[in-house]
Write a protein that binds this ligand. Structure first.
Ligand code: UDX
Length: 477
């Protein structure tokens, strides 16, 4: 493994063979135009590359081609429109067109959890690689970006070689993405590191060429983008290891929240105090209702499943515990609601009939409309089973939440949601909720009871305004 800092001179120090035609500005395709692919396509077009986004979903492609971004991601709309107008960005449903257009093809399709277990479903990877490879007519590099079980890159290489026409040189590389929703464009344009899992100099050089503009941008901003060049297996593992670490850090602080609740201590002050130790760091130490989203939950499960398959299951047994702690925090909100509403939890679960509960939030985190495995929406679903009247308000995610949880009411404003509520639960840390005036909200609510599932409110201000406030892992004041 070598670590290189190419922002000053990205290609030359390692140029040992000639990149193929198209370099140093190879033409790029992004296969799969969901959260990952649409963001990458727009950002790389912004960097000056000729880009073609490809997706089998004709409706999605039509929307993207018309400049309508189907996801809420800050800054993405502008990048999409600007680069469609410049002609550098186009979208298609055709594998043949993608194969004809691109020198480097990035695989950005989803790898969801399989319905029959914890492992990842690789069927979208399979169909995109075989669909593309069959149409290739000249040398091409297929680069995996999707999060996959270790061993996938070798399998993709076999698939690509099997399906490519005879005589066409197709190679594979793996370069995992680390983008966070809500900061996706920034994370693509200004990554804190890049990993190239490669088997040949040709692939490595072509990858440098495909990122040259990104290194140049870094140089103009006096930054460096470290590049770690690895084998396939390490590149695949980097992504799941990073997500397993982040998930573990969150579950660690949520486990501390459980202990704090039992001991009458305050986990927010505990997190602050341990976070000052630079070996621990203060990021990803916010206790709450646990992690969710399209990545962390499924990735830690797929990682365990794969480790089991390769004989390293014992090594990841702790991730099972990480998952359990995470699920328990969601249930804790229900217990707190029962305490605040003074209703017992019977054998069939709590009965909150006759009460109105305002749920503030549905997205799995702020600045996104993504509700995949959203802890907040899971809490709303559990509350909906108590016979309470549930009203959800989320500034961006209502439409997607409604598809998952249709039988509750959706408000179009915070004030509409809390109007007449017996209990208010904050389950996504949107700025709008952090900034809400506890006095004004208190005037609307029927009772001043609030559960701060994200520990994101100024609890002293809410208590001073007469609210019965419950935070996660915090003493009752
Ligand atoms: C994550 C990784 O951060 C990213 O690098 C990877 O590429 C994809 O998965 P994302 O799913 O966008 O990104 O969200 P992230 O910001 O990591 O948050 C994940 C979940 O953890 C959210 O539900 C969030 O609310 C929760 N979280 C985060 C906490 O509960 N506490 C924290 O301290 C931080």
């Amino acid at each position: 493994m070598t670590v290189q800092y190419p922002s000053t001179s990205p290609v030359q120090p390692h140029a040992t063979s000639t990149p193929p035609s198209g370099a140093p500005r190879p033409r790029l395709t992004f296969l799969g135009c969901g959260y990952l692919g649409s963001t990458y396509a727009a950002c790389f077009a912004e960097l000056g590359y000729e880009v073609l986004g490809m997706d089998v979903d004709a409706e999605r492609v039509a929307k993207l081609a018309a400049g309508q971004n189907p996801i809420h991601e800050p800054g993405l709309d502008e990048l999409l429109k600007h680069n469609l107008a410049s002609g550098r960005l186009r979208f298609t449903t055709s594998y043949a067109e993608a194969a004809e257009f691109g020198d480097v093809h990035f695989i950005c399709v989803g790898t969801p959890q399989r319905p029959d277990g914890m492992a990842a479903d690789l069927s979208y990877i399979e169909s995109s690689v075989t669909g593309l490879a069959a149409h290739l007519t000249r040398p091409a590099l297929i680069v995996g970006k999707s999060t996959v079980p270790v061993g996938t890159a070798n399998w993709v290489e076999e698939l690509a070689c099997k399906h490519a026409p005879d005589g066409v040189d197709v190679q594979v590389a793996w370069s995992p993405e680390f983008l966070r929703e809500g900061f996706a464009c920034e994370d693509v344009l200004r990554p804190d590191r890049i990993v190239f899992g490669v088997k040949s100099d040709w692939a490595r050089q072509l990858l440098y060429a495909a990122h040259k503009a990104l290194f140049e941008l870094a140089a103009t901003e006096d930054r460096e983008v470290p590049v770690v060049v690895t084998d396939f297996a390490t590149a695949e593992l980097v992504k799941v290891a990073a997500n397993a670490f982040l998930a573990t850090k969150i579950s660690f602080i949520n486990a501390m929240a459980e202990v704090c609740e039992a001991a009458g201590a305050d986990v927010t002050l505990l997190a602050k105090s341990i976070g000052y130790d630079s070996r621990i760091g203060n990021k990803f130490l916010r206790a709450g209702i646990g992690f969710g989203g399209g990545c962390l939950p499924k990735d830690i499960r797929a990682f365990q499943a794969r480790a089991q398959e390769i004989g390293a299951g014992e090594a990841l047994r702790f991730l099972h515990e990480v998952d359990l702690v995470n699920q328990r925090r969601r249930n804790r909100v229900l217990q707190m609601a029962a305490e605040l509403l003074n209703r017992p939890i019977g054998p069939a679960g709590p009965d909150f009939s006759g009460t109105k509960i305002a749920v503030l939030g549905a997205a799995f985190k702020p600045n996104t409309d993504d509700v995949r495995d959203s802890p907040g929406l899971a809490v709303a679903k559990a509350l909906a089973k108590t016979s309470a009247e549930i009203v959800i308000y989320d500034p961006e995610a209502a439409e997607k939440a409604r598809q998952e949880l249709p039988d509750v009411a959706y408000a179009t404003s915070l004030t509409e949601a809390v109007d007449g509520a017996d209990l208010t639960c904050v389950v996504t840390a949107w700025d709008e909720f952090r900034r809400a005036d506890p006095h004004a909200v208190g005037e609307l609510a029927k009772a001043r009871r609030i559960i701060d599932g994200m520990n994101c409110l100024d609890h002293a201000a809410w208590i001073a305004a007469g609210w019965d406030y419950r935070g996660m892992g915090r003493p009752i004041l």
